[in-house]
Design a protein around this ligand. Structure first.
Ligand code: NAG
Ligand code: NAG
Length: 224
């Protein structure tokens, strides 16, 4: 651990510019910055970047602990439950360049193809057998079943997916090297966002009726 840190420090000091290229979120300029609720709501991440930090002398141990991952979140119709842990729910994370997620998948459930524009993700299977993979920018797929205790990394910005192929529910934890990784689900981005139907027909070689079916399926108002 210390050796690795040392090596990274040496690399950074030899090639100062590299740290800029590798950086994801900006480096913090203080130990921590817990947004001060006196100055506004922290319900959206966009607000966080403009909220002043609360005086560090007012920080408590509990500011650095999040207890909302003890059980699964609420399941969607398709059997997926996710709890994103970012500074909106865990303000102590603010400016630290990291966030976290717990995902639970019922038997056969999927986490549909999606990507995080601002973060690499590393996922750890706490329980279950999960077919996991990603597709690189030359459309190569890297996927297999990963089991309890294994981790897989999804490089930043690349589309990835998961499916519980085991006989019992699966629980997966993911961590991100950004406090605001963003998440774009491919099916919803394409069919639920309101892109011109003619364009979609041409792009996918589908009829307007087929596109209509997909648009209803991924309509954000009915999708849950
Ligand atoms: C932060 O709190 C300390 C201790 O109460 C106080 O001395 C200091 O003036 C405060 N700083 C600001 C910017 O309010
Ligand atoms: C699950 O849904 C309930 C009721 O809508 C809500 O109070 C609770 O915060 C939700 N849990 C999570 C982890 O989002």
């Amino acid at each position: 651990m210390y050796l690795r840190l040392f090596v990274i420090l040496v690399i950074v000091s030899l090639h100062g510019h590299i740290s800029i290229i590798m950086a994801s979120d900006p480096d913090p300029i203080q130990d921590f910055c817990i947004p001060n609720p006196k100055f506004g709501s922290i319900k959206t991440l966009a607000h966080l970047s403009i909220l002043p930090c609360k005086n560090s002398s007012e920080a408590t141990t509990d500011d650095f602990i999040f207890s909302g991952l003890k059980s699964s979140g609420n399941f969607t119709k398709t059997g997926l439950a996710t709890i994103p842990v970012n500074p909106t729910v865990f303000p102590g994370l603010n400016t630290l360049g990291m966030s976290f997620v717990r995902a639970d998948l019922k038997v056969g459930a999927i986490n549909p193809p999606h990507f995080h524009p601002r973060a690499t993700e590393i996922t750890y299977v706490v329980e279950g057998s999960v077919y996991s993979g990603f597709v690189d920018s030359s459309n190569r797929v890297f996927a297999r079943v990963i089991e309890q205790g294994e981790v897989m990394v999804f490089p930043r910005g690349l589309m990835h997916f998961q499916m519980n192929v085991g006989k019992k529910p699966a629980t997966v934890l993911g961590s991100f090297n950004s406090q605001n990784p963003g998440s774009q689900k491919i099916p919803s981005a394409i069919f639920g966002s309101g892109i011109n139907v003619e364009l979609l027909e041409k792009a996918f070689g589908m009829s307007s009726k087929q596109i209509g079916t997909m648009k209803r399926r991924f309509n954000p108002k009915t999708l849950k």
